[in-house]
Ligand binder design. Structure first.
Ligand code: TXA
Ligand code: MG
Length: 400
């Protein structure tokens, strides 16, 4: 335990990278450089773990090449040890070094060709890819980039991500260490998109949090397995499936989460998807607005069916919230005074960005019942990741 969890502010606008291969960028703000150096030192020379921003969600980072750091990540989050971590890099050179030092047969020690166009197009960015590694490296010399076996719990693949967030990239580059980082929430809670969210979950359990403001995307990276044919989507996320499918080799990407016959199914799916996730303490009911009616909440049948039990005068009253994509009419707010009403946003980008913060706010407000209403066309098109996260948070999914 730590007496204090220090929040170290950093100004992302003061950082300027010139090319993605380049080691270190220019930093115009002294305090930012100082705080980043403190954090980078913590990663490279201790086994403590820290909170840091990425473009998707805040990560809980520790050295991926240090067993103790990796075990501390699992401990701070209370994460099951069989749920593998993503390793974050800040250059392609680092990935090549990881592959070389974690592969026995050096003739196989290169980035699998299938990924090259994907990397070219989407890195740095919200994309994680599975890379083969060997479990038994006992006959090989360790030059410093051997991954801790606890990162993957002895799997023969490791998920790698090259984040675009400049604070994240600089932290990795300054520490000269591949950083293992899950989302910086307590296991089962919604992912954190601000430093304050991380603090609320992990204060006293970690030494420091780099505060780079709120995350641009607000939802985790897309995880892809290109080692099977056809390639498979393991977790929908910030990078859209339709954009991945435009890339050579990924046209037939399999996106269903259930096993499909006639394909080379890989032995390992994404272990993280089997756990309860993203849940506030209150009960979440997810309603899909089949007709995409922006006035749905004015509809009398809808009101009778879903909103009737919300009156403060009812004995069975539970503190309730409506989080809605369709418009929340003023009259409804006036009618249900004790109820919390929040618009979740209109576009996929807005909903992604607001979603986890709103779920967290429900806990702060001690809401017991949360009704979330999302348009069908949002989830049919680019909102696969929204559907995935909200369905996991919900105890019931209904259509109206
Ligand atoms: O955007 C992100 O990916 C964030 C930020 C911090 O980078 N990280 C993140 O990590 O979301 P985490 O640990 O919360 O989710 C990682 C997901 C889990 O579902 C895990 O099971 C899966 O990736 N995963 C990691 N390594 C894997 C592997 N070798 N094979 C299959 N799935 C893997
Ligand atoms: Mg997570």
């Amino acid at each position: 335990m730590f007496d204090h969890t220090t929040i170290l502010p950093v100004k992302v606008n003061s950082i300027c990278f010139e090319s993605r291969q380049l080691g270190l960028p220019k930093i115009s703000d002294e305090q930012t450089l100082k705080n980043l150096k403190i954090a980078a030192d913590e990663i490279s020379s201790t086994s403590d773990v820290i909170g840091f921003p990425t473009e998707t969600v805040y990560g809980l980072g520790g050295s991926a090449i240090n067993d103790k750091s990796v075990l501390n990540i699992f401990g701070a989050k209370n994460r099951p040890s069989d749920n593998p971590l993503i390793v974050h890099i800040s250059s392609i050179d680092q990935l090549e070094r990881i592959i070389k030092e974690n592969t026995v047969d050096q003739s196989r020690a290169k980035i699998p060709e299938i990924y090259l166009p994907l990397i070219e197009k989407f890195w740095p960015g919200p994309l994680s890819i599975l890379i083969p590694i060997d479990v038994d490296l006992s006959n090989m010399e360790n030059h410093g980039y051997r991954l801790s076996k606890f990162v993957t719990n002895n799997l023969d693949t490791v998920a790698i991500r090259f984040p675009s967030d400049l604070v994240a990239r600089l932290l990795i580059a300054l520490s000269d260490t591949p950083i293992a980082a899950p989302s910086a929430n307590t296991s089962t809670k919604p992912s954190p998109t601000t430093a304050q969210h991380v603090y609320n979950d992990l204060k006293g359990k970690i030494s420091m949090i780099l505060d780079g403001g709120s995350c641009n995307i607000g939802l985790e990276s897309t995880v892809i397995n290109g080692l099977v044919n056809p390639p498979r989507l393991l977790r929908p996320g910030g990078l859209l499936v339709k954009d991945i499918k435009k890339v050579k080799g990924f046209e037939n990407l399999i996106t269903e989460q259930s096993p499909v016959s006639n394909i080379d199914t890989e032995p390992v799916r994404t272990p993280g998807m089997k756990y309860k996730h993203y849940s506030p303490s209150g009960e979440v009911i997810l309603i899909f607005n089949k007709k995409n009616d922006s006035q749905l909440l004015e509809n009398k049948d809808f009101q009778d069916k879903f909103l009737a039990g919300f009156s403060l005068t009812k004995k069975s009253y539970k503190k309730t919230a409506i989080i809605s994509q369709p418009i929340i009419p003023q009259t409804l707010k006036e009618k249900h005074e004790g109820t919390v009403f929040r618009q979740i946003g209109n576009s996929v980008e807005e909903i992604q960005k607001n979603m986890f913060g709103l779920l967290r706010e429900m806990d702060e407000q001690k809401v017991e019942k949360i009704v979330i209403i999302i348009n069908q066309d949002t989830i049919d098109e680019d909102g696969l990741a929204i559907k995935n996260r909200l369905s996991k948070a919900a105890s019931k999914c209904l259509f109206f």
